[in-house]
Design a protein around this ligand. Structure first.
Ligand SMILES: [Fe+2]
Length: 405
């Protein structure tokens, strides 16, 4: 279809921009695509590698963040377009492009999940993202691991969630053009302005228009909380709210109840991984509020023997021993505070240095490290290799499969 039509390629994303490929509820057969377009009527052409294109019409949502929050520096109105693909073949490459009038986007691609071993990359806090640190780090990891298709991020993608240039700096480059994303929501995704006093959106509006995440999350945090399955591995993404959120805000209890329901229904998983922005065992002096809502989530993690929680937020690196109710227990949950995958770093705090709960901490401020994780999971164990921006290994841990009811 449309093979005969000559399109002008929208090289500089003037017409079609912020194209993202997000994971579907089942990573083996579902993908969710989102793009922003200056005109109504754009559509997707998609093909399985080696076959012909199929046209898919998106839902179109006319939107500007100005309607959510008044800020004269913000962007023009646009059409936010979303396509949900299902019944895809596992372990297959699909290629797609977006058409807008006589223009088409560059060709994007993704590979669906496979029945074999899962490999993924995970990052935290790109945050000061309008420089090359994040770009170089992600490119280094991606070039060294061309077989890894799934990329996770635990939030704070941009320093100011309202600022479209920061998102376009990352997503209008070719950085994630061939990857499947599972990007969580950080507190900076709530930032509505950096003008003093700093104002927060009541919801992460720009984030929610950037990622077409599975809509299976908690009702009060739809799209910014979600879960997906990858074979016998369950991934859960939580939303920890804005930078000033009160620890008694209902989103914590709402999500704990939602997560409890998901985990009680979704049995038989070999591994359970949670991605959340704020670190429940991060440095207490950076965000003392986190310790107040932490028990709400920890109770559920302990009940269902969650294997790993990946987070960031405080820009320090630490990895706990396996914990149950904040006590070391070989059947407990490992909390990995990845700290920073950009260039905002802090020295390791005394609350971490003086505690016996941690297996490892690294002063990323002293070392000038930006970090990422390569995860590998087979039916018996998960291995996590943490590397810096020189691709040196700075930490490594294995988590054995637990017995679950
Ligand atoms: Fe944060």
């Amino acid at each position: 279809m449309n093979n005969q039509i000559e399109f002008n390629i929208d090289e500089n994303n003037n017409k079609i921009y912020l194209i993202t490929t997000s994971v579907g509820e089942d990573a083996l057969s579902m993908i969710r695509i989102s793009w922003h377009c200056v005109e109504k009527g754009s559509y997707l052409l998609i093909k399985k590698d080696g076959e012909g294109y199929i046209k898919v019409l998106p839902t179109e949502d006319y939107w500007s963040v100005e309607e959510s929050y008044v800020d004269s520096s913000y962007q023009n109105k646009r059409y936010v377009c979303r396509v949900n693909l299902s019944n895809l073949y596992p372990n297959c490459i699909y290629k797609y492009k977006i058409i807008c009038g006589n223009y088409c986007s560059k060709e994007y691609s993704f590979k669906t999940g496979s029945l074999l071993e899962l490999k993924f990359m995970a990052f935290a806090d790109f945050q000061y993202s309008e420089n090359e640190t994040t770009i170089n780090l992600v490119n280094l990891f991606a070039n060294a691991n061309p077989d890894i298709n799934l990329i996770m991020c635990s939030g704070d993608i941009a320093d100011e969630g309202y600022k479209e240039e920061a998102h376009r700096f990352i997503f209008d480059k070719d950085l994630f053009k061939d990857k499947v994303l599972a990007f969580g929501c950080g507190d900076h995704e709530y930032w509505g302005s950096i003008k003093s006093p700093i104002k927060m959106f009541c919801r992460p509006f720009a984030y929610n228009k950037l990622f077409n995440n599975p809509k299976n999350g908690c009702e009060s945090c739809l799209n910014s909380s979600f879960y997906f399955k990858y074979n016998k591995i369950l991934f859960i993404f939580l939303d920890c709210g804005d930078s000033n959120i009160d620890a008694n805000n209902p989103i914590f209890n709402d999500q704990a109840l939602w997560m409890d329901e998901v985990l009680s229904n979704e049995r038989g998983y070999e591994f359970i991984i949670v991605s959340m922005h704020k670190s429940l065992y991060g440095d207490i002096k950076q965000d003392s509020n986190v310790r107040k809502f932490a028990p709400t989530f920890i109770e559920v993690f302990d009940k269902y023997k969650v294997d790993l929680v990946i987070s960031g937020h405080d820009h320090e690196y630490s990895r706990t021993k396996p914990l149950v109710s904040s006590i070391v227990n070989e059947y407990g949950t490992v909390y990995l505070d990845l700290g920073s995958s950009g260039d905002k770093r802090r020295p390791t705090g005394d609350s971490i240095k003086n505690s016996l709960l941690y297996d490892k901490y690294i002063d990323i401020f002293m070392n000038n490290y930006s970090l990422g994780v390569i995860g590998m999971i087979n039916s018996n164990k998960m291995s996590l290799t943490i590397r810096n921006q020189y691709y040196d290994i700075v930490d490594y841990v294995e988590i054995k499969r637990k017995k679950r009811n």
